[in-house]
Design a protein around this ligand. Sequence first.
Ligand code: PLP
Length: 410
Amino acid sequence: MVETITSAQSAIALEEKYGAHNYHPLPVVLHKGEGVFLWDVEGKRYYDFLSAYSAVNQGHCHPRIINAMINQAKELTLTSRAFYNDKLGLAEKYVCETFGYDKALFMNSGAEANETAIKLARKWGYLKKGIEENKAVIVALKQNFHGRTTTIISASTDPQATKNFGPFMPGFEIVDYDSVPALEKALANKNVCGLWIEPIQGEAGVYVPHDGYLKAAEKLCKQHNVLLMMDEIQTGIARTGKMLASDHENVKPDLLILGKALSGGVMPISVVLANDEVMMMIKPGQHGSTFGGNPLAAAVCIEALQVVKDEKLAENAERLGKIFRERMTALIKKTKQVTLTRGKGLLNAIVINDTQQSETAWNLCLKFAENGLLAKPTHGNIIRLAPPLVITEEQIHECCDIIEKCITTM
Ligand code: PLP
């Protein structure tokens, strides 16, 4: 007989005993989700202010996405790429037309899509730019987060991500984020094939670069014949108030990397988009994934993106993000507990007036949870606040009231 969970404590105890301890979750055991809400096993309702790290932009269990998933699951789920299927081409066309590229390469996790982009940039570097074999360099930025594979962490500056996981992959040069002079210097190296950027550094704590940084990066890439590799896995799909965060500066990356909300959070789907000059570098047998581009993912991805367009989620994120930051700015004037708010659209953070090592942000998140709102600190004293984009103005105000009450009574 299949065991069932009878209490929050028993669910936590099971994970603690049988699961690897690679996360440190808040002590909340979730059971159900709908739109902006989550419910725990005891039936308590919460506003979700993490959105599964921005994977559920369309809201939990969006009925249209779930229907697309169920309908496709009844027909065909996986063929592998050894054969054609009748859904993949439709999804490829849909994403290419949506984002304005010639070709798409579907993978599953965000990390895999970044790995794909690295391989594409290197191959292009050797075959088109004429870099000597094995000398290609990708410029990455301090405090980046692109995933957890051994190659990706080779470009990380976070000791938690790297300590005791070496040896590392060579071929990365790490420079300061948000510094145009640092890019000017690094991209002048003739062996550089790619510049790898998050338009807003989400995991690091929602660091927004100055206006014009992305445009300057794009210009320098063109000048030095370097591919601009934009990791929009967290910032893309309407999260920051435009379909892509790059759209705020009218920047068009050479390699666009998407994941998370590409499926509305119902299954792992990621994709790399590029024009033919770059994408056609990869020939049969040189890259792939058993699950990448499966018909189930293809059907889900089309519906998940169509929902974002039909429900005008970018516009909602833009409008409600402004209200949210106004409320947080007003709160900062009233209290000494919060020192800063920053973000774009509905990807925001507040900075708690304490050291990175202190427990204050964690304790505040526990208090948020008690009061019906779920969020989690990222890097000590920073709390990321990112609800599903289907949230309404009334709900945003209610959530700001909860946040305000918890902070002012801390
Ligand atoms: N890139 C960015 C910007 C991310 O925020 C994340 C995940 O948080 C990833 C890549 C990794 O995605 P995944 O966890 O699906 O591998």
